[in-house]
Design a protein around this ligand. Structure first.
Ligand code: RUB
Length: 312
């Protein structure tokens, strides 16, 4: 079993993700890989089976924290694939692999972000207004890069009820010197006439090219579609859920009603709080990925070729 002190450290990470102290698909995947490395380096397991058992327990508990996060699951799956490839029998060698893979994953995330920021900034016209929703580190990287390139941009950001992640976005962008406007979620249609493009993040991408992102994204995308405004999602290809190739339907988390309103004040009322929704591929212009700017219909073909998905 996992040792006492260690259990607390890794468990704290799981709880922080569960309680939304850590949010955003990339932040969650990053901290999950760190938790795996903590477990590997501090474990007292002497043999391979003991260590693998602990790693599997930790991975299982991390994966169950947020059901709508394929990037988290992909990161863990790639880690175990690498351990399996090494065919190592020695616990210390496995420890080394886990720590090395965590470092490489974090490095890949950093380089992906730079590539996406570069590709994305090119898509942003000079003198333009961009509408975003929620808080995505990938989106803010693009907007900050466009600003660095001296493109004159203004950003409209929804507050993103119920957890107000839009506040994080407006603070981050205004600190970077970007002109920002904070609006309530229901004002999107009112402002769409001022918007040149919509740019959102991604939690999951399906084999049909559909996007799962913060609740409200699909409503924004259909408003934009109606007004002929382009809609981009900025996403690392780690957000792709390979299980959707075999018919898996992405699970949409439904969170606590307390986030919406105090249930005690609404006796007899069922308060619903889905965290994400599905935007069909037809509403999206393209995904801005580390591999380039790719229309949703082309993404699966490209990933199939690049990662030989059929052979896994
Ligand atoms: C956050 C959210 C973000 C994506 C992408 O939801 O929907 O748009 O996670 O973020 P929550 P990133 O706050 O519920 O986790 O680009 O940083 O991965």
């Amino acid at each position: 079993m996992i040792g006492d002190s260690l259990e607390r450290e890794v468990e704290k990470i799981c709880n922080d993700i569960r309680k939304l102290k850590i949010q955003g698909a990339r932040n969650i995947a990053r901290i999950a890989m760190k938790a795996m490395a903590i477990q590997a380096s501090k474990s007292k397991a002497k043999d391979k089976d003991g260590l693998m058992n602990e790693l599997l327990i930790v991975a299982d508990s991390l994966a169950s924290t947020r059901p709508t996060e394929p990037m988290l699951r992909n990161a863990l799956a790639l880690l175990f694939a690498e351990i399996g490839r090494g065919k190592e029998e020695d616990a210390d060698k496995i420890r080394e692999i886990v720590i090395r893979e965590k470092d490489e994953f974090l490095e890949k995330m950093r380089s992906n972000e730079l590539k996406i920021a570069e590709f994305g900034a090119k898509e942003i016209p000079d003198d333009s207004t961009i509408l975003t929703h929620c808080h995505s580190s990938t989106v803010t990287a693009i907007l900050k890069r466009a600003n660095e390139l001296n493109k004159k941009i203004e950003v409209i950001c929804t507050e993103s009820r119920p957890k107000f992640q839009g506040w994080i976005t407006v603070k981050e962008l205004s600190t970077a010197g970007i002109r920002v406007n904070l609006i309530i979620d229901s004002a999107v249609k009112h402002f769409i006439k001022d918007v040149n493009l919509v740019l959102v993040g991604a939690d999951a991408i399906t084999s049909a090219g559909d996007l799962i992102n913060k609740i409200g994204t699909s409503m924004i995308a259909s408003i934009a579609y109606e007004s002929e405004v382009r809609v981009y999602s900025a996403a690392e290809t780690y957000k792709f859920d390979p299980l959707t190739l075999w018919g898996k339907i992405e699970k949409i988390e439904e969170r606590s009603p307390e986030e919406v309103a105090d249930p005690k004040k609404f006796k007899g009322v069922r308060i619903r709080n889905p965290a994400f929704d599905v935007t069909q591929a037809k509403y999206l212009t393209a995904y801005i990925t580390e591999m380039g700017v790719i229309p949703p219909q082309g993404l699966v073909n490209l990933l199939w070729r690049e990662f030989r998905l059929g052979e896994r």
